[in-house]
Write a protein of this length. Sequence first.
Length: 345
Amino acid sequence: MPVIICESVYKIFGTNADKLFHLNSGIPNLQALQDAGCVVGVNNASFVVDKGEILVVMGLSGSGKSTLLRCISRLTEATAGKILIDGEDLLALSEKKLIEIRRNKMGMVFQSFALLPHKTALENIAFPLQIKGVSAPNSIKRAMEMVELVGLSGRENSFPRELSGGQQQRVGIARSLAVEPDIWFLDEPFSALDPLIRKEMQDEFLRLQSVLGKTILFVTHDFNEALRLADRIAIMKEGVIEQLDTPANIILNPATEYVRKFTEDVPREKVLTIEYVMDPIDGSANLGDVIVHKDAIIESVAEMILLQENPVAVWNDENNVVGTVHPSKLINVLFSKNSRKPVNT
């Protein structure tokens, strides 16, 4: 079920950008806009985000990924297009209704922790609840629940200056979750952290999502982070979504040369599951005794498969055979240079 629907969303920056955009009978002339000194931040973005899905929007600096997120949350006004949140046209909402939706449906986490230095971790987490009018005892109770959820028990009375970067980010995450948002916007939340802390926060993020099942739009410039976290990835370049697909399909079938460059150095065995390399069931095949699950990451079962002479049976959650994997097929997918070429250029 779609929670977010974007239809032909544009964001153009510059003097008279709105006026220039709507000339030419509603058909945008992007070259004319650029010639007039305007900058195209988002170019005709259309997609949906389903309930409980993690959509990661990624690209290099200046690709438009953060601008797109800010348009969807209406922190930045889109130049054109339609943005629906649970069926409501976000661009048509009054300021009062928009504030209400932000307070009750949206949680936001940014690269800057933006914690209030004079308040403790607990007080920082409780603050948005108190802004909503929740009583002090109830807001503190809810904040303590969030402290436990993000693993900060024992540090709730610490001030931001007394916390590490990872702990500060946990406070920011807990604060955004305290209002129980349906939709969670995260804009490069871990990019300022050291690599080890960043991995810990990614683990924490995945754990929280397994518990909470939020609808998430996550922005990053790190392809490995995108692969680790996403249900689907949207790769942007100069405001355009070059490809939107599952991590596995992006790796196996990059749509453009630009996308291929992101995927060429990715260790496929760490990302792809057996389901993406299995063949249909062949009733005449002589299968060995080894079985693997369709959702197993290739790296975790590769050695076992490669030691077999015969195809290996692939099972699903219902313990039914749904395919087979031959060792030679595994070698071809993982190491063949031809399998790394884009199918559409």
